[in-house]
Ligand binder design. Structure first.
Ligand SMILES: C[S@@+](CC[C@H](N)C(=O)[O-])C[C@H]1O[C@@H](n2cnc3c(N)ncnc32)[C@H](O)[C@@H]1O
Length: 662
């Protein structure tokens, strides 16, 4: 316990307690533990990334991607998308390009704190593929790789993820969902952690087959799958797909419309539901049908159950009257009448009796109760069924299947929507093709994420990946937007991406910048078009802002936050967009309905003059102004007869970031 500074610190604190206090602490410890996951959060080395600083975005224009020069019309995918709200010139003459997609460089603990201040409740889908804690140098904690034999390996990983997932939780919309990739070994640990952070939100998990080839292992169990855990807020559901009416017909012109034949039996045996086990007669033809003793009829007979009205499902006779029971056609089935019990026994011996449709199990045997009943009666060899009408189905949507298939896999489930993905190797191939080398290990295939997003997003949603690595999620978002346009979908794709990626700089490679050189570079090439593939127009999301993060202690915020920080943080917060701040004491953030959003850094006669003329010049009914001196500004504008809501700039910048102490 003393081999970590944190543990030593705890020990030092306990030394001051007397015996009674120690006993109380022990009782508390023993009685307060709850069912669930336990990890040694207090004993491990503290995550150096945790901090309570104010996080401020800084736009790095030269690493961002704006449409300059505009791609030629022939080099981009054909588009019939409307212009997004933004783009060049949205704010009027002289304004900078407005970005809607973000790449955020840095530790995602900081990125998530920024997003909690700007995007709380606005993200529809979070997809993450965190380091898997394999022990094979796949993950850095406090600047060192966490190896397989690290005493605190699992606790560090859980604490690391716990801190970040807790921040991410606040970002989801009421219909939002988080999808997390994980390997088989760490799935159980992660799932318990997810239960802790997202209580009551578990939707389920998907299984993705990652490779075709097998490899010999010590246990000789070759791992060829990964999991994707799905946790959604109350309003979330996968889109599924429309059920096909293929199997539904109406050969008898039934006024109730299309129908299909459902089994007339249920999964209960004759001992469990004795009242449902009886010979069934077709009242029109007089033919008799034996009941399957292992799967009795779905409806009881009025002749056998006294208080049939109490049975909510209705009696067999009721459904026959309703025309819902389909008996085999007389001319299409075999009918036999056994004249004596010996003749029937002989037929049973030979197996020449009615059988179940699939497994061909005889329905009359020596054990059939009251076997003599079947002598002298015409017995039908077909099976009656239930007429299920299309308009009675609970849902016309097929649910998503938890098994992710590959395109070459056979699947004939008509009532399930099967997701399809390439295998893991396709991720590396994509990187190789786009960047010309395998510069990033184990990226996910774009097709996998695209398929998940196809099911989990609507065309205007924001998608966040805060372990973005090489940026696969960004590519998947753009591909999906373009797909919407090409398939003529009713709503055109305007999904946006937010990718958070670390630099991966360390003491050996201090200049490494994975975010800039792999993630942003990949997105730039995808947007421009690569390997003969067309690029993306701005309308299709072919742009991004590259943000670095500056951090200041809350106490110093008044001195250290500059005009550009203020402008960009507010643009993100109020409009979800970012652009370079322009010069001048009055800056226009944008417009919400008839209200102009402005930042005013200095209150001078000149700025008052500019602001007083603003509503008329820009055709706005109202002004909302963020200022360092909101009271003075409000009074001076009121004196000029201008209606303006003036807010404290500092309060707006700090809101959402207060109380984020680690
Ligand atoms: C398994 S990879 C994700 C790969 C990604 N899905 C792709 O297809 O490229 C995990 C990524 O998380 C990044 N990472 C680890 N710790 C991080 C942190 N604290 N902040 C941001 N990124 C981090 C690693 O640099 C690595 O690129």
């Amino acid at each position: 316990m003393t081999d970590s500074p944190r543990a030593a610190n705890l020990l030092a604190q306990l030394e001051h307690l007397n015996e009674q206090q120690l006993r109380r602490l022990l009782v508390e410890h023993l009685t307060k533990q709850k069912l669930g996951l336990y990890w040694e959060a207090n004993a491990i080395e503290r995550d150096a990334a945790l901090n309570a600083d104010v996080v401020l975005p800084r736009l790095v224009e030269e690493w961002s991607h704006s449409p300059s020069p505009q791609p030629s019309p022939t080099s981009v995918r054909g588009s019939r998308l409307p212009s997004p709200a933004g783009g060049r010139g949205a704010g009027g003459e002289g304004e900078q390009f407005t970005h809607r997609n973000l790449i955020i460089e840095g530790d995602n603990y900081d990125s998530l704190r920024l997003l909690r201040a700007t995007h709380a409740g606005k993200i529809r889908v979070i997809y993450i593929d965190p380091p898997y804690n394999t022990g094979n140098k796949d993950w850095v904690y406090n600047d060192h790789y966490v190896g397989a034999n690290d005493r605190w390996r699992h606790s560090q990983w859980l604490e690391f993820l716990y801190r970040r997932l807790t921040l991410a939780r606040d970002l989801l919309t009421p219909e939002g969902v988080i999808l997390v990739s994980i390997n088989d070994e760490n799935r159980a640990r992660l799932e318990l952690l997810m239960d802790e952070v997202f209580p009551g939100m578990r939707v389920g998990s998907l299984v993705w087959r990652t490779k075709d080839s097998t490899s010999r292992t010590e246990s000789n169990l070759s791992e060829v799958h990964e999991h994707i855990l799905v946790y959604g807020r109350e309003g979330f559901s996968f889109l599924g797909s429309s059920k096909s009416t293929k199997k539904y017909k109406n050969p008898d012109n039934d006024p109730r419309g299309l129908w299909n034949i459902d089994p007339l039996t249920v999964n209960a045996d004759r001992f469990e539901r004795s009242g449902f086990f009886y010979p069934l007669q077709n009242p029109k033809t007089g033919l008799w049908y034996p009941c399957d003793p292992d799967r009795v009829w779905a409806y009881a007979s009025e002749l056998r159950i006294k208080n049939i009205d109490r049975i909510r499902s209705g009696s067999m006779e009721h459904w026959i009257r309703e025309g819902k029971i389909i008996f085999p056609k007389l001319d299409e089935e075999r009918v036999v009448t056994w004249q004596s019990i010996e003749e029937l026994r002989e037929a049973i011996r030979k197996g020449d009796v009615p059988v179940t449709p699939k497994r061909k199990k005889p329905l009359l045997t020596e054990d059939t109760p009251d076997l003599g009943f079947w002598v002298g009666k015409p017995v039908g060899f077909g099976r009656p069924g239930f007429k299920k009408h299309w308009n009675e189905l609970n849902s016309h949507v097929n649910p998503v299947c938890s098994w992710i298939s590959r395109a070459n896999e056979q699947h004939d489930e008509d009532d399930l929507h099967v997701l399809i993905s390439p295998n893991a190797g396709a991720g590396t191939e994509a990187i190789q093709e786009i960047l010309g080398s395998r510069t990033f290990a184990y990226p996910k295939p774009p097709g996998l994420i695209q398929e998940l997003l196809r099911q989990a997003t609507q065309p205007n949603d924001i998608v966040l990946d805060f372990f973005a690595g090489s940026g696969t999620t960004g590519q998947a978002v753009l591909e999906l937007n373009a797909e919407d346009a090409s398939t003529g979908s009713a709503q055109v794709g305007q999904r946006r991406f937010i990718l958070c990626s670390s630099t991966e700089a360390n003491s050996k490679e201090p200049d490494k910048n994975l975010c800039r050189d792999v993630c942003a570079e990949r997105m730039r090439r995808v947007i421009q078009g690569y390997g003969g593939k067309a690029g993306y127009t701005v309308e299709q999301g072919g742009e991004f802002a590259y943000l670095q993060l500056d951090k200041v202690e809350a106490a110093d915020a008044h001195f250290e936050i500059d005009a550009a920080h203020a402008f960009q943080l507010l643009a993100l917060k109020r409009l979800g967009v970012i652009r370079a701040a322009s010069a001048g004491a009055v800056q226009r953030l944008g417009r919400v309905e008839d209200c102009e959003l402005l930042v005013c850094n200095e209150v001078t006669p000149d700025t008052i003059e500019t602001l007083a003329a603003w509503p008329q010049r820009h055709g706005a009914a109202r002004l909302a102004i963020y200022s360092t001196r909101p009271k003075t500004l409000s009074e001076q504008l009121a004196a000029r007869g201008v209606e303006a809501n003036c807010y404290s700039l500092m309060d707006a910048l700090l809101s959402g970031q207060r109380g984020s102490a680690a």
